[in-house]
Design a protein around this ligand. Sequence first.
Ligand SMILES: [Zn+2]
Length: 386
Amino acid sequence: MEFEAWWLLIPLGCFALGWFAARVDIRYVLRDARALPSAYFRGLNFLLREQHDKAVESFVDVSRRDPHALDLQLALGSLFRRQGRVGEATSIHQSLVDRHDLPKEKRELALFELAQDFHSAGLFDRAENVYEQLTGSAYEAEAVTKLASVLEQEKAWTKAIAARKRIQRLSGEPQGRFIAQYHCELAELALAANDQKQVQSQLADALESNRNSARVPLIAFRAAMKADDQPAALAALQELQRTRSELTVLITDGIVGLFERLGKPQEAVEQLAAAQNEVSTSLGLSRLVDASMIIEGRDEALVRLTRALRSQPSAREVARLLELESDQHEAKAAGTMKDVAQLLRNATEKTPGFHCGHCGFRAPRYYWKCPGCNEWESFRATPLGQ
Ligand SMILES: [Zn+2]
């Protein structure tokens, strides 16, 4: 009887042991769960104290235990980069890329983030290398777009052309206007090196990508002038007038030189006046008056200037008018006119010749790619009076 009673205690004991084991397990789980956020804060503290290695160790520890922590880490890394703390962002992303237990898509995302860290830090060759590693990944299209911008910054035009062609293939978005600009960059380099054959070949490729490129006739004009090929220069000038006549201000001296060589200097003034009639720009008027002064003389230049100012007043050009007119007056009046002209000049001294139609950046020279917003072909000759 006693023996049987002892047996009855066994299931009770097992139940107690199971209950105890379960309690221990729950406690362990709870302790672990509580440990996750604290490890996070520990990691953040290390980051704030700029102890990057220890911070990364903490984050790696957390993300091993909790797969959701991986997304948080990626978010944290990209946040650091946006704040300009590229060192911290790079540490986080590099540690993720170095891990071998990450799922493929997370590793690719970490790689894409790392490339952008290098890009932001100006480490272009490393950024280029990592963007290339994303070929065939889910991020390929975005990576190639960013790669093209790295290559532009590196002025690696041939590689940039290949990248733009890849973007076109992957996204279906036309990239002709960029490709044409890269060929024009190569043509400019060839022109500086006096390699006329290479200039023509690059310009032909540029035209193939963008029939309406205004930069192609501009370079063709300069190349023709350098080669003393007047018919080619005339043809290029006509093409520029068809595409963007306001840009004739960039080659005013060349136009005057061309028609002088052709024995028809008056024609140069007419060409500049025609461009000015189409789009009235401050710089265009200034160059037209300069050319008219030399070729037609002071009186005719004054007539042109007065006519232009009647239709569109411009303080800067009025100053010039006053200066020109002052020669016709007695000393005292001339002195006053010159003083007023100087005041007007001072007030408009910073008036630049060009501005970006995209971001409003103003500059005295023309840029094919805006230094303010990195947009291509967004620069315009500033209209008269602005
Ligand atoms: Zn801009």
